[in-house]
Design a protein around this ligand. Sequence first.
Ligand code: GLN
Length: 473
Amino acid sequence: MKELTSDIKTHRQNLLSGKVSCLETVRFFLGKIEETQDLNIFSGVFKERALAQAESLDKRIKESPDSLGKLAGVIISIKDNLCLTGEEVSAASKILEGFTSPYTATAVERLEAEDAIIIGRTNCDEFAMGSANEHSFYGPTKNPVSPEHVPGGSSGGAAASVIADCCHIALGSDTGGSVRQPAGFCGIYGIKPTYGRVSRHGLLAYASSFDQIGVLGKNIEDVALALEIISGEDPFDTTCAKLPVPAYSRAESRKSPMRIAYFKGIFGEGIDQDIKDAFFKYVSELKEAGNTAEEVDFSSSEFVVPTYYVLTTAEASSNLSRYDGVRFGYRHPEASTLEEVYRMSRTEGFGKEVKKRIMLGNFVLSSGYYDAYYQKAQRVRRNIQNEITSIFQEYDFILLPVSPVSPWKIGEKNSDPVSVYLSDIFTVTANLAGIPAVSFPVGKHANGLPIGLQLMAPAFKEEKLITFLMRKA
Ligand code: GLN
């Protein structure tokens, strides 16, 4: 039913006018989840919880409509690395098999406080490590646009859940592109906010100085509303900024021309021609609309991927040491000594990609290599941040493709993992610099798969990005 998948504003009007009910809405989305089971989008569905919430909301719509929150009856999926009290959370890893969240992530709690209905948890790469959702304990998610292809990753299930109409919006997490790249691969919007804009409390950590929760949706207005709700100071996360949150959803499209930079020399080898064409078509549209769009030097370009992988694997090796078979999740049934518990549980509990990254992280942190890799990468990260800051002295935004390549076929890159790491080239910079970035759809490849571009802005300038994209939309 078309009414039920409309934007949030229209959905609210439909609920208040009695055109549709919350129960109908939940049933419809549960039906969609069932219908699309083959795509392996969800790792868990919160059916009873969603139905009960819908019933009580329907009552409130009749009895006290003024008490309804901003997201009343809005159906949201959460990535399977976000906690929700009483529900399982696994980060798509066997090591968390059977683990139930003792508390709710702040971002999710804020959505529920506005009467959103959380419909289920979405498949992802194990501990958010990947670009294609192929490293999941539950198996790969298929791209609803073309099921032979990957939906992107690591929030592949999140992006798929939106485009397959299994929810209105989705929460994902973005450490090096995991919200923006799957959004790009599925043809929707995805925002990674400034580091510190959204609390990470209740998000299972991958690389703590990079991770941010982000929102995926079919239009920028819905994304803006959810972002406004989940943002802001939280006593449970001291890295969360104590800055006021602008009303992103009430932002009005602004007409003043913007100065947009794009990096020189990024369109060499290895970039898909369709993506390059879409990029330059967008650049000419920007210019025609009165903006400036110019090439700038970004000498750190070749260092962003290696720096990202040195630092994130270092942080991951430390973060993942808590999964020891003792405190939570999976414990190997045959382990008898403490050492066996650690070794056998972790050997069986973690997948190949995660183990690879733990080993790499331990290596770059080990004495003897610490200075050569970890500390050097920290310095390069600072240089990248400085270079980006100086670009923003003269420009409002930086425009980039989301990915140099189009969604690949499931399994196609199994023998070439390095090419998958390299495909993160355009997304990791925003996380290294801690700045906000939004990906948005601009067109399609000849085979019908979507093409996305992204805009990055200075820290805490989400509102500027949102207003700009509202104008384009
Ligand atoms: N593709 C990147 C990686 O594999 C980004 C992952 C993420 O943002 N969580 O690490």
